[in-house]
Design a protein around this ligand. Structure first.
Ligand SMILES: [Zn+2]
Length: 75
């Protein structure tokens, strides 16, 4: 009988822990932005390589894959 009580207590602890963990998981907002949003792509005006707008080098006429291509195109 003693063991049954211990088992019950153990189950109760596990159940409490699990429900607490589930609540914690629900509280967290789903990751927004960066991961799900499509990355804006631009093409290099000099060689046509597509790259993320954030990584592009911006010149007076548009975007480039590198400073070298910007110089070559806008010179
Ligand atoms: Zn380029």
């Amino acid at each position: 009988m003693k063991y049954l009580l211990l088992l019950l207590v153990a189950l109760l602890i596990i159940w409490q822990w699990r429900s607490h963990r589930d609540r914690e998981a629900r509280k967290k907002p789903p990751p927004r932005g960066s991961a799900k949003q499509p990355i804006e792509m631009v093409a290099c005006l000099n060689c046509g390589t597509h790259l993320a707008a954030a990584d592009a080098v911006h010149g007076s006429q548009g975007s480039y894959c590198s400073a070298e291509h910007r110089q070559r195109h806008e010179a």
